[in-house]
Design a protein around this ligand. Structure first.
Ligand code: DC
Length: 224
């Protein structure tokens, strides 16, 4: 039986950085499920479809092969594909971030991506991060963690990442985006972001990256 560790939490809580480091230490595969929702949003934007237009998004998705979105692991790093296109870098823009939050509220999109996530977890030891992993995708995960930090701390971290790129938004824009995405993710009808009853809460507002990694490794050790 494979070992499944679920990490959920709001945007910018450091899930991917922490989960990546922890999975390397444990020799597990790290699965970033947000990348799948981002790939759906990217595909819609690429084809001129608004991520908010549920009917059009559904029509487009239903025309695609059920394996259209896929994950590959190259030297331990996750790559995400839309068809044969490696979209791993293209999905990291603010526009795709917001679009991902929009498409993720559409039940058909969640259904479309569900089996892929389940089958990866069934076949591999994984640390899977997202919004509904402990609540919906892997309700029987061996360890569940809800990772969070204050909106200001999360916006500050995101802003520092974006500051190195072209067309960097202001800190206020980044904070507003984070708050908007929190609201969307927590208030949608299908699989909203929330802590699973049996998840351990980890707040990283006051710890640095190394401290957060230690905290998560410690929770995993104690929970198994
Ligand atoms: O983790 P992220 O920022 O890459 O996620 C992008 C969006 O995808 C996020 O706003 C909510 C959505 N998402 C989701 O609804 N369920 C998941 N398991 C992962 C992400």
């Amino acid at each position: 039986m494979s070992v499944n560790i679920a990490i959920d939490g709001p945007a910018g809580a450091g899930k991917s950085t922490i989960a990546k480091a922890v999975s390397k230490k444990l020799g597990y595969i790290y699965v970033d499920t947000g990348a799948l929702y981002r790939s759906v949003a990217y595909t819609m934007l690429r084809d001129g479809i608004s991520p908010k237009d549920a009917a059009k998004v559904e029509e487009k998705l239903s025309s695609l092969d059920k394996n259209y979105f896929s994950l590959g692991f190259i030297d331990g790093a996750q790559h995400v594909f839309a068809g044969s296109e490696d979209v791993s870098d293209k999905i990291r823009t603010p526009e795709v971030s917001m679009g991902a939050s929009d498409v993720s509220a559409i039940p058909y999109v969640r259904k479309f991506l569900f089996e892929l996530q389940r089958s990866i977890a069934a076949e591999n030891n994984v640390i899977m991060d997202g919004r509904d992993i402990g609540t919906v995708v892997l309700p029987n995960a061996d360890v569940k963690i809800y990772l969070t930090a204050s909106a200001e701390v999360r916006a500050d971290r995101r802003y520092k990442e974006l500051a190195e790129k072209e067309n960097c938004p202001t800190f206020e824009q980044v904070l507003a985006d984070i708050k908007q995405r929190d609201y969307n993710d927590m208030h949608r009808e299908t699989a909203p972001l929330k802590k699973a009853d049996d998840a351990v809460l980890a707040d990283t507002s006051d710890v640095d990256l190394d401290g957060a990694i230690r905290l998560i490794l410690d929770i995993i050790k104690k929970s198994r």
